[in-house]
Design a binder for this molecule. Structure first.
Ligand code: GDP
Ligand code: ZN
Length: 430
């Protein structure tokens, strides 16, 4: 178990070559440590230059650095905190780290600063996850989504649901306390329809969450079709490099080959699958099995044909007819030639249109993680059960369980077991 009261420190900037390295410090003895190291505690939130001295080794000069003091509870962690902007030489960082340890601080665990911010009520679990995603964001759509969550959009939505439930519960209890007398029968009917509306909102949110999870984790697009129609050549064209193995012989692509690219601002993994056909070759059969698996997990399937229309042409939204340099595309198929590049622009435009459709989250804040889906699934389950129950007492109990499920999403209740997994995903220094 890590010591939650200790004053912690960590390098907050990257470990590559750089001019400046920021070390942040947080905990009750931050002020004391700063005073010993820099000679004084500067005015809050003002950058000042200070000579840093080790208390050991005869007060050795360690660096001349920019120092910032953030007193609690208004700091990021809610505790007394400081930042040291050092010259980024490894020896400087090492010497200052040694001095900090000598003064009683210890290196922070991954995510420990943000975990303390959570413990001190500076942000809730959903906002903390948003910050983790913001640090990892590679695309602009990921950045926008993460920032929204870090700013509390999702927290406000779930909090609003919990409030509606609390209101329903209060009325539910009034029904129990005053049976038949003071309350007109419409009230009970009104409660049931309020419950129905809340359920509808939750179900709509669940449906939209798929889009948001795709933005966060990227989209999988499977390229399927019989051997030799040019699937690998097409993937190479789209990827703009020789990522997949192309051959003259049917059944060369034995395993799924993946290519990562950006389409419409969303990371997309194109999976070039082995031909979907029966085979006796065990190695190829394994490839076909994986191809089917990939196709069934994909967010989008591109079906490729060339020369002859497949008997079992599927229902995929993107049907691509390759080798138009040899034979014209039938109606309804996007004609391309992986060889000449003909039609590739149009295919790319259609692909982007599909990616945008699959990741469009509208205006409401979307859920972004499996954890959110599980929590809302659970709340929905309890509320659906509540709808079926005739007795207000039982409905009240089911509603209470639903409220608990929502509370665990923001971290308001019963989340000790969750914290390690949420904050363990952070980098050290955040
Ligand atoms: P896969 O088995 O579906 O992955 O097909 P490949 O990409 O390995 O291609 C099979 C053969 O078709 C190779 O010889 C390619 O050079 C050829 N090929 C691919 N695309 C085209 C095209 O647009 N036109 C022509 N004429 N040949 C193509
Ligand atoms: Zn292939």
């Amino acid at each position: 178990m890590i010591d939650g009261d200790a004053t912690i420190f960590a390098r907050a900037t990257g470990s590559g070559r750089a001019a400046i390295a920021v070390i942040r410090i947080s905990g009750a003895s931050s002020g004391h440590i700063l005073k010993r190291l820099a000679g004084d505690v500067p005015a809050p939130r003002r950058a000042v230059v200070r000579a840093l001295h080790a208390s050991a080794h005869g007060g050795d000069l360690l660096d001349r650095a920019l120092v910032l003091w953030f007193p609690g509870p208004g700091s990021y962690t809610g505790e007394d905190s400081a930042e040291l902007h050092l010259h980024a030489g490894p020896a400087v960082i090492e010497a200052v780290s040694d001095a900090l340890v000598a003064l009683g601080a210890r290196p922070a665990e991954p995510g420990e600063f943000t975990r303390r911010a959570f413990s001190n009520g500076r942000l809730d679990l959903l906002e903390a996850e948003g910050i983790a995603d913001l640090i990892e964001a590679e695309t602009q759509s990921q950045r926008r989504q993460a920032l929204r969550q870090a700013d509390g959009a999702l927290s406000r939505l779930y909090h609003g649901w919990a409030e509606r439930l609390r209101y329903l519960l209060a009325h539910q209890e009034a029904l129990i306390d005053f049976p038949d007398e003071d309350l007109p029968p419409e009230i009970e009917a009104g409660l049931v329809s309020d419950l129905g509306r809340l359920l509808d909102d939750m179900l709509a949110h669940l449906a939209q969450g798929e889009q948001a999870q795709r933005i966060r984790s990227g989209l999988v697009v499977a390229v399927v079709g019989p051997p030799n129609v040019g699937k690998s050549s097409l993937v190479n064209r789209l990827a703009g490099r020789d990522a997949a193995m192309v051959s003259e012989w049917a059944g060369t692509t034995r395993d799924a080959i993946e290519v990562r690219l950006m389409l419409g601002g969303v990371p997309v993994t194109l999976v070039d699958t082995a031909g979907l056909r029966e085979t006796l070759d065990p190695l190829e059969a394994e490839g076909v099995r994986r191809a089917r698996l990939h196709a069934s997990h994909a967010d989008l399937v591109i079906e490729v044909a060339a020369g002859t229309l497949p008997a079992d042409a599927g229902t995929s939204r993107l049907q691509v007819w390759n080798k138009v340099d040899l034979a014209q595309a039938p109606a309804g198929w996007i004609g391309v030639s992986a060889k000449t590049g003909d039609g590739i622009d149009r295919l790319e435009a259609e692909l982007i249109r599909e990616v945008v459709r699959l990741t469009d989250t509208g205006v409401a804040p979307p859920m972004t993680r499996a954890r959110h889906r599980a929590g809302i699934d659970e709340a929905v389950g309890h509320l659906q059960a509540a709808q079926q129950l005739a007795l207000p007492e039982l409905r009240g109990e089911a509603s209470r369980l639903a409220m608990q499920a929502l509370g665990r999403l923001t971290g308001a209740i019963g989340v000790e077991d969750l914290l390690d997994s949420v904050f363990g995903q952070f980098c050290i220094g955040k």
